[in-house]
Design a protein around this ligand. Sequence first.
Ligand code: NAP
Length: 511
Amino acid sequence: MCPLRRRDKSIDDNRDTGIVIIGTGFSGLGMAIQLKRSGIHDFVILEKADDVGGTWRDNTYPGCACDIRSNLYSFSYAQNPDWSRRYAGSKEIWDYLRGCADKYGIRRHVRFGAEFTGATFDEETLRWTVHTVGAGSYTARAVVAGVGVLHIPSIPELPGIERFEGRRFHSAEWDHGHDLTGRKVAVIGTGASAIQFVPRIAERVGSLTVFQRTPPWILPKPDRETSRWERLMYRVVPFTQRLRRVARFLIYDARALGFAINPKLMKVLSKPAARHLEHQVPDPQLRAKLTPTYTMGCKRVLISNDFYPALARPNVELVTDAIAEVREHSIVTAAGDEHEVDTIIYGTGFHVSDALYHLAITGRDGRDLTEEWRTRGARTYLGITVSGFPNLFFLLGPNTGLGHNSVVLMIEAQTRYVLRCLAALARRDVDAIDVRSVAQNRFDREIHAKLRKGVWNVGGCRSWYLDPEGVNRTVWPGFVWQYLRRTNKVILDDYELLKAKRPRVAARSGA
Ligand code: NAP
């Protein structure tokens, strides 16, 4: 019998467990659900907040929504016939995740208020000791990190910001207690988050100054409410929803032809985006400021019907000069223009390439993961395993993000892959698997050869897809179906199989 198939009677005080999962966003919950569905109950999930939901719990800014259709931005095994719109809002997605946690009995495995700080691998027992702030430590056979990379706000150090006497906050830490009605608001950034909240606040504020560094490519958003008959059809004949999901998957995945294979094909998408801009922004001066000069796809492609019209409002100004200085009640640009503001909202995105560097993960021979990734780049095998760190699995790890399709598909592929690895441990009667460095290097070379041709690298822009050295450690350079195929089986020759020298000793430490 699989050693991980112990029943979950004692999970409430189980500090010696089969698997520790970190995070309860789509990744962490997806892993937990897959374990449950496979009859594996011996796991603990660490969550630093007080509820499940990850980014969809944390991002509460007005207008927050997903720009991937909900039929596809959801688990294949937990389709929701009741999505209210084609593109659900953040609250509805969060409710969906909470519903999944309840449906599959995940909450009883979650330690809320437990912030993962690092993990240490014991080469005698081949087990991990996982450290937290708030919940002590746990020992586990395997660790699955579903921590994501879009959660540490990136806040620019603007000269003079310490003198500013108004309120300032980041889009992911929205201050709902700060009423924006009638205020003089500055928004910095015009990325995926800003283009969603700018239209929502533009009507309420007294004045809105939007500071844009680089114009995004924006396509029309073909959003609408789902009709009653559609929802009924999905409920009565679930196959119809599945069919739409598959069709949408294929349409989205075809876009990899432009993103990853031949960026010249991005013209097929940039033409309707240019038409959208022309149609929504008749003022040639404003339109010129909003016209991107890089190839579409180099930065995330956005969808919106109300961002451009919001910028054309009489109380809204788009500023493209760099910010030179912040004063007590104003922002001054490099051109010398002073804009009076009492609130600054940062729509400036997240720390991505260094998002995992605060974690202290020590593998075989005392190897420090952060140190290795910092000095040699975040190298992995399939974005999931890392040589020298046995039984440590990443979900949405390096080079498995997407700009053209739903990341939930990647997460599902990865959680299935983890299950296959765990099954291989049991089948081969070993305790750990460690990917061989030769296999990892081969994978690294392969994807970076592909990335060199991708739009993110040749599109003529600078984006958070690239690390400070200009290396793309973020996106998967191909079709999603290729990744599904690659992860469909575990090539055990690529792994070293390890057997513990010392048997498992149950840990009994308190919180
Ligand atoms: P983002 O896409 O990284 O955009 C940040 C914006 O801030 C950019 O316009 C950037 O300009 C600007 N900026 C950054 N530093 C600046 C500085 N020092 N001075 C002036 N401008 C500065 O961040 P985000 O909008 O929060 O979105 C992050 C990611 O979250 C997205 O790409 C997406 O993957 C995800 N997201 C997804 C959805 C969804 O619907 N699925 C919704 C929201 C967010 P530059 O372009 O010049 O760097």
